[in-house]
Ligand binder design. Structure first.
Ligand code: NAD
Length: 427
């Protein structure tokens, strides 16, 4: 197999592949040749290159660890060449791209496809899923939580994720919100069907170090920088409804000081609640009303069979983020090695179908924030279901805003209400 994109997460894939031992790593590709060379030397990988084409003949499986704008081109090329694909998330820049990948897979049904929504593969998350499915917490009423980071909180922080042509039209929602949505949908066993969102760009202008590509988690812009106007969200808050009737709310931020990779969620059932935080991944808090609430620590012999399958270490030996990635990749390879077919055989790892559905939720969130109303997921790419008329739109608004308003609402005339347009669009 070969890894394409040898940056932050690419190296974690390399590590996981080596740890599971089900596949032989034969090639590393990165458009930055010196990085490809360094990584292949470090990891004793025989071949390296700068483009997918250079390694296609040497591999059966491709791991796509490139920035978001390269996901579609590389995934589709690999599928067409008959290679199985394990892609990073978000699956695409938008649903047009993710749908194109599904269309391509329909013509190549034997290809195994996975998306690295790794949090769903933590053993305690699997335990929560099992508890919900077994009815232990009663009917799910509410789902809530957040995903918070701080690595983009200064205007001197810069990364390709901030550029829509590379990261996509959404940032915090697509980058980290997508993980939250996938994890919660997996645990609840139901999908988000409608959303009402408010997204905000809190740092509208950032400084990009000259000649720097903006590596993940890099800090400081140095003495020589260029100013960049930012259009994607640093923060997003989302109300949602699920197919099973549960209601929920979550928020994401990449500017919350002290929160490094703080994904957490709680499921409130009619009998009890379950809470998990990825920064304390070995614990589930079980909330009770009339008896003591409990902290359940991971211990392989005390987990359900479903969860025990995803744990390797004895109790007291923490398993975390790296192990979730390992679990995703191990399940993917077992699936490939066993000759199984996506859509026919059960698989716990996220597939491109799941990746597409999460893109649909993300896209509905973006539309909802733009039109300020509830939007249905996946229905004609997010048709407005209920408008909350909060902003005044008039001829003085920029042309793009007028066009967007007409496109999204289907209205040719504008609403006029309390909030002044100038305030809303001041940025
Ligand atoms: N699952 C997770 O928890 C997780 C964590 C981090 C990143 N990611 C995802 O992984 C992807 C990469 O993120 P990252 O943080 O590793 O970024 P990164 O910038 O650290 O690494 C990306 C690498 O891809 C290379 N690259 C760019 N275009 C290429 C091309 N056309 N062909 C080959 N190589 C190319 C770059 O030179 C760079 O080395 C993103 O889609 C991101 O959302 C997922």
């Amino acid at each position: 197999m070969g890894v394409v994109g040898a940056g932050f997460v690419g190296e974690r894939h390399i590590d996981a592949i080596r740890r599971i031992g089900l596949a032989e790593l034969t090639a590393i590709v990165d458009s930055d040749y010196s990085l490809a060379l360094t990584r292949s030397a470090e990891h004793r990988v025989p071949k390296c290159g700068v483009a997918l084409d250079e390694i296609l003949d040497d591999v059966d499986v491709i791991h796509n660890c490139t920035p978001n704008n390269m996901h579609m081109a590389i995934n589709v090329s690999a599928i067409r060449a008959g290679k199985h694909v394990f892609s990073e998330k978000p699956l695409a820049l938008d649903t047009k791209e993710s749908q194109a990948m599904l269309d391509c897979l329909r013509r190549n049904p034997k290809i195994v496809h996975g998306v690295n929504f790794n949090y769903r593969m933590n053993s305690m998350v699997r335990e929560m899923k099992q508890k919900v499915a077994a009815g232990e917490i009663g009917d799910v009423m509410l789902v809530h939580g957040a995903y918070l980071q701080d690595w983009l909180m200064f205007d001197t922080d810069y990364n390709w994720r901030l550029e829509p042509s590379v990261g996509g039209p959404m940032r915090a929602i697509a980058d980290i919100g997508s993980h939250w949505i996938d994890a919660v949908q997996t645990v609840v066993g139901s999908r988000v069907t409608e959303v009402c969102a408010d997204l905000a760009t809190l740092i509208p202008i950032r400084k990009k170090r000259l000649g720097h590509r903006g590596a993940t988690f890099s800090k400081g812009c140095g003495e020589e920088f260029q100013l960049h106007r930012i259009s994607t969200e640093d923060y997003g808050a989302v109300l949602f409804r699920m197919a099973n009737g549960a209601k929920g709310v979550f928020y994401v931020s990449q500017v919350s000081a002290g929160r490094k990779n703080d994904l957490f969620f709680q499921i409130d059932g009619t009998k009890s609640s379950l809470y998990w935080s990825q920064e304390r991944p070995d614990e589930i808090r079980i909330g009770n009303r009339d008896s003591a609430s409990l902290l359940m620590m991971r211990a392989p012999d005390q987990l359900s069979a479903e969860a025990a399958h995803y744990t390797r270490l004895p109790a007291g030996h923490p398993e975390g983020w790296n192990d979730t990635l390992l679990n995703s990749i191990r399940e993917f390879y077992k699936f490939v090695v066993d000759g199984k077919t996506v859509g026919v055989d059960r698989c716990d790892f996220a597939t491109f179908e799941d990746g597409h559905q999460v893109m649909q939720v993300a896209e509905a969130i973006l539309r909802s924030s733009t039109v300020r109303g509830w939007v249905r997921v996946g229905d004609e790419a997010g048709r407005l279901v209920q408008r909350v008329p909060l902003l005044r739109m008039d001829e003085a608004a920029p042309t793009w805003a007028q066009q967007l308003w007409k496109h999204e609402t289907g209205l040719t005339r504008y609403m006029t209400t309390a909030v002044r347009f100038e305030e809303v669009f001041a940025e």
